[in-house]
Design a protein around this ligand. Sequence first.
Ligand code: KG4
Ligand code: ZN
Length: 334
Amino acid sequence: MISLAIESSCDETSVAILEDGRKVLCNLISTQIATHALYGGVVPEIASRKHLEAVNRILAMAFEETGLTPKNIDLVSVTRGPGLIGALLVGISAAKAMSFVLDVPIVGVNHMEGHICANYLAHPDLEPPFIALVVSGGHTYLCRVDGYTNYEVLGSTRDDAAGESFDKVSRVLGMGYPGGPKVQKLAMEGRPGAVDFPRAMMKKEDGYDFSFSGLKTAVINYCHHQDQKGLPINKADVARGFQDAVIDVLTQKSIHLLEDTGLKTLCLSGGVAANGPLRESLERACQSMGVDFYVPPLDLCTDNAAMIGSAGYYHYINRGPSDPAFTADPNLGL
Ligand code: KG4
Ligand code: ZN
């Protein structure tokens, strides 16, 4: 089965063509980062317009690159949420047009389910059940994956998402958007433990939910306090202290859930999964527990259509197509 997938939930317009659920024939990503960086964050109206400008061009490029024609397509998958409504609608309109004209089924995919499926693309041997830690700009989930379309969310954030906290701390440190890679780079020059920030709800009895807004406030308060006292701020030490706190929480919660469920596989994904020290920390923890650890390569961590194609394929195989009347759902939960 050849499927066409479109992703446009935030600031990346992406089109992929896949064979079945795992073989990527092409995965084209047109990023808007340079435009939004001028404003310090994603501007929803600009994002919609940029998707509109890009989507037909990227679609044409995908056919050119694979040598396939629209007639070869058997299934269309598209992100239907969560995300920015105007941005989502561009991808959905393009996908519905393709599905209608080609008379092939369409599947509306949950973006976060797509992030989980990124690991299927990178690791052909991976099969459920496993624990998924999904960390992106808008969401943080710990879930139990019992089947390709069977998820149980066991933990999520009560306030800010992990990626959002990277973006906000980056802004506080004067580095702007997108924050994750910038904070990671600066943290490499920072000294561990030089500035210590709180780790919220880390005890086992605190459960699997996360809270990152207190950590963000602690960083803001620290900088404010140093400023008021006329004391210097070592930004690299602040970045390192912040990043270490996020990594400790994500690692510890994953360990607790692995212990409690007895599952022997952990899959990390989502934009924050691009963070090198986080990948290393989870890899070490899994090694010491005898747990298999999976994480996609960097280009499949951040937003891309290939992961949406994989999720769409498994949905179609297990549950059939979506009702073509579906529309965008900006707050769609996992
Ligand atoms: O999954 P994603 O591409 O988009 C959403 O679905 O939100 O995730 C984007 C998030 C941003 O918050 C970005 O700062 C973060 O992932 N991110 C990182 C790194 N690269 C991207 N966070 C930490 N370290 C990184 N290297
Ligand atoms: Zn994402």
